[in-house]
Write a protein that binds this ligand. Structure first.
Ligand code: FRU
Length: 474
């Protein structure tokens, strides 16, 4: 097997660009909107989390990255590692498009450990004048962090009835075999340029991670839009949780109002019959800026997830040479069967200064804090002319985040309010990391993930009654 592998040229490539990257990073470092505890790009644009793993005693986080400008350009895999999910050390770019078969970018995928090495699966983006020829590739990272690419992709081309948009391999092991989920688009009725008109999920099988045989499409219990991206899967308490990111889902009242949506389903992936028996499913996130989550097992085999803190091509008021980031690492659980996600305990511990609050107004004097509320579920955060708002209506059971009073408008074309229905709201946790906000209802039964670009230190003001709970600072 070793002689099928060739050394990749990524480091040479990045060496040539090192000075440019340092200049870009210096510019981005002066941005006033940088988070302190979220992973963000040192320059350029970051999108999906990729290749997440706990490998060689460290968390390995890879991500889609266009390093040279804050736009969706030619994609690379950036890489960063951590022992504790809080302090990160930037690594060399893991994948850059140095081979002919990936000439239009190294797209998303995941990682799996095999024989002491980390196999990085990804889509090698390959465009021709007549459309895309989808290719799925693997690169192998050893414990020293050296990455080798193979001479050829492991899966080449599309299948009858499917468009050339086929991507984002997610490889996992079950009952002694390896399986790959792949997102795609099928021509059902109407032909749209590039894409088909129905999102589909493909299943492949392999014994050695290199030779893959197509098994068929998996029947899914939820709307799949015209294209499915970024499949992911994890088991919790004997249940399968499947994650998918469909493009083109029709909005339904308060659900699916972003450009693209992410869905989770709890149930059983029936590999033999190629279907997902779903106990229930829902959209992943109620906020404005969340997409393409990927699940993996952490240090103690705990089920963790990162999402992309962004969605499509949002119209943000500020760029400062960098765009987007990842969500906090989130620990997932099924609490009495209910899917919940909440920042990993390592992140929660960062916010160590704790102050009890019982007041109408709190000055945070910081842009990095966690507000834990058990009362006062109607509040604004910001200053008189620049604030965002949360409210819970006990009659309709709708929880709403509104960005319409922010001074710096964000992506207004997609609306400035998001709501979600939740029975019996008892607790609201707001994690503010400068311009990155994660708001958790009932310890992660529902989550709003969104950006705000505010300049002042925050004042939190109750609009009714008083705010009660704790303020934690980093
Ligand atoms: C999702 C996605 C993936 C693709 C990657 C390219 O945001 O479109 O489907 O692999 O981003 O950056």
């Amino acid at each position: 097997m070793q002689n099928l592998l060739v050394d990749h040229k990524t480091n040479v490539y990045i060496e040539e660009k090192r000075i440019l990257l340092e200049e870009l990073a210096a510019k981005a470092a002066s941005s006033r909107y940088l988070p302190s505890y979220h992973i963000y790009p040192q320059s350029g644009l970051m999108n999906d989390p990729n290749g997440l793993a706990y490998f060689n005693g460290k968390y390995q986080v890879f991500f889609q990255w266009y390093p040279f400008a804050p736009v969706h350009g030619l994609k690379h895999w950036g890489h960063t590692t951590s022992e504790n999910l809080v302090d990160w050390s930037k690594q060399e770019v893991a994948l850059s498009p140095t081979k002919e078969y990936e000439k239009n970018g190294c797209y998303s995928g995941n990682a799996i450990e095999f024989q002491g090495e980390l196999y990085l699966f990804y889509t090698a983006n390959y465009k021709t004048g007549a459309g895309k020829i989808p290719k799925q590739a693997v690169a192998i990272m050893d414990k020293e962090g050296h990455v080798r690419k193979r001479t050829e992709p492991v899966i080449d081309g599309t299948l009858p009835g499917l468009s050339g948009e086929l991507r984002d391999p997610f490889v996992f092991e079950r009952d002694g075999c390896f399986y790959m989920l792949l997102g795609g688009s099928k021509f059902a009725d109407e032909v749209r340029p590039g894409f088909g008109d129905q999102g589909v999920l493909l299943l492949y099988r392999s014994n050695n991670l290199l030779n893959w045989s197509y098994q068929g499409l998996i029947d899914l219990p939820f709307p799949t839009g015209y294209m499915l991206e970024c499949p992911s899967l994890i088991q919790i308490d004997g249940k399968d949780i499947l994650f998918l990111s469909p493009m083109g889902i029709t909005p339904e009242k308060e659900r699916f109002n972003n450009r693209f949506a992410s869905i989770y389903a709890v149930g059983e992936l029936d590999i033999l019959n190629r279907c997902f028996h779903s106990d229930y499913w829902d959209q992943m996130d109620a906020g404005f800026d969340f997409y393409a989550p990927q699940a993996f097992l952490g240090k103690n085999q705990q089920p963790l997830l990162y999402g992309w803190f962004g969605c499509g091509e949002p119209d943000y008021p500020v760029q400062d040479g960098w765009q987007h980031g990842l969500t906090f690492p989130q620990q997932m659980q099924l609490e009495q069967g209910k899917f919940k996600r909440y920042p990993a305990s390592e992140i929660v511990e960062v916010f160590s200064q704790k102050q009890s609050v019982e007041s109408e107004k709190i000055n945070t004097e910081s842009r990095n804090y966690w507000l834990e509320l058990t009362k006062g579920f109607k509040f604004t955060i910001g200053s008189t002319n620049d604030y965002w708002e949360f409210q819970y209506d006990t009659k309709t059971k709708l929880a709403t985040v509104s960005r319409d009073n922010l001074a710096q408008k964000i992506d207004v074309g997609y609306g400035e309010k998001r709501s979600v229905r939740i029975q019996n709201l008892q607790k609201v946790d707001v994690f503010v990391d400068n311009s990155f906000v994660e708001l958790y209802l009932n310890h992660g039964e529902q989550v709003f993930t969104f950006r705000v670009f505010q300049d002042e230190c925050d004042t939190i003001a109750a609009q009714q009654g008083i705010l009660a709970g704790y303020l934690h600072k980093a």
